[in-house]
Write a protein that binds this ligand. Sequence first.
Ligand code: GCB
Length: 595
Amino acid sequence: MLYPQQNDKRNMLNLSDIWDFQIDPGEVGEAEGWFNGLANARPMAVPASWNDIYDDIRDYLGVAWYLTKTFVPAGWQGDRVMLRVGSANYAAKVWVNGSLAGGHEGGHLPFEFDVTALLRWDAPNTIAVQVENHLMPNRVPAGNTRGGLGAFMRMFPAATFDFFPYAGLHRAVHLYSVPTSHIQDVTVTTEIDGADGLVSVAVEASGESSGSIHLAGQTASLIFDNGAAQAQIRVADAKLWGPGHPHLYPLEVTLGDDAAPLDRYSLEVGIRTIAVEGGTILLNGQPIFLKGFGRHEDFAISGRGDNTPVTVKDYALMKWVGANSYRTAHYPYSEEQMRMADREGILVIDEIPNVSLQFGGGAEAIAERLRMCKQQMAELIARDKNHPSVVMWSIANEPMPADVMQRMSGAKVPPVDPSTTAFFQELYDLCRAQDPTRLVTLVGIGGGPVEWLESADVACINRYYGWYSQTGQLDEGRAALKNELDALYAHLGKPIIITEFGADTLAGNHSHPPDMWSEEYQVEFLRGYLDAAAERPFMAGLHIWNLADFKTAQGVMRAASMNHKGVFTRDRQPKMAAHFLHERWSQPGSDKPAG
Ligand code: GCB
């Protein structure tokens, strides 16, 4: 799925604005034709979550309607016109001028419909989007489940995950035009051959038999067979892409004759490879240690809505502390974030919203969850496959076996049910079939079955020794961490990244000696993990939980409905830990174990 762009052949209209909005708790809107107009509309920002805009709908997660009107420029007549929604959480249906254009399930990935036949050219067009965000056990992510950690960590609203279940149109809605004969998809893969880079480009197009690609001053022809064509360009003495040197080569794909092209699409190509060798991750053939964070798309008032100033600020903060990577915990982030990562040289572990998956409800329910995971994984790969920043797909965060509580307490348990391992194998296989050029991982919970990590290229684990276990005892926590890391590497023999470790910290709360929730405790907690990793050559990365404090559902574990494990506050001011990391990570070669 190509990101929409403006050029001499394509046009776009960003519909970000204040739209009409109305909640529909009785779910009568469709039968009553609300897609034609809302009787009791109030203003709503698009993009934004609706929850923090009006006090009466903070916890409302049912059906709501968004409506706007727009002329479509007369100059677009004769082209195909697409309506593209960047993200509607969780499910959506779209109407244009009273006719249903289509629907989509899954809250964080774009979808689009060809609406050419539904448009008017001589009057404003009414665009209506119905969004629904019920928390349901068979969704990905789920809500209103029983068992798992939720058994002791009751939250309101009843999400099974530790972030607020924000709802709404979270990213921009676009109308865009493409010529009748147009480029439908572009897939770029890169290899390194000595000092040269090899850039392979596969193109899908409708209605034309030839075209070309242009990169680094060279041109290669495309000859289409059944709508598909491929070409390769060798870049001599290529400037490789990576953290600290995020070189991007502009690629232009043209359809038809170069002198008078029918369509054109450009994107930026980073020449890089990613691989694993023993306990090491190799970027462009060289060992790389991932330093960074788990993050969230979260900010006051805009909620999970795309917030460009915060996006740019977060990259500046990550670079200031010396980070080179992050994980899109726990769902795909915006396309704008991926473009920033390419441009700023930040490595991304790209995750689907398969967070806290449980295996209850019987075979049919589990099959339904697997279907949804596969759909979201395929859509994510289709969206992000051309970003050099994306180096790894994450198929799940902290899935939970039925005996998760016994496992966490260290009790001896029987081997995990093999059908659960098979569930993840299907997702590993899907990633490798659709994208053989990147690594695949699963992010495991403390005490979680090692069987689920056996097919991963890199073992990613979340650990809270010194917080949820060894509570208040940093030395005991460190010792337990070291023991587990050594045992895990002895068993798996592959690189390990700790994708979460952190301590809730109230900014301004100090204590000596360090007490939990103080800024000092957070620094000492993080220092222990950094030291343990630095001593271990098989450690391939550390992602601190979290870059910034973020909103969660209400619960006894979460003061002020916030997770306070950020090294920055929610408004992006540094805690002591941010200064500690800035000093430690800004030195070249810092925290990069030898070997
Ligand atoms: C985890 C989860 C993350 C939580 C975090 C915490 O393991 O993956 O979503 O926010 O722990 O702070 O408890």
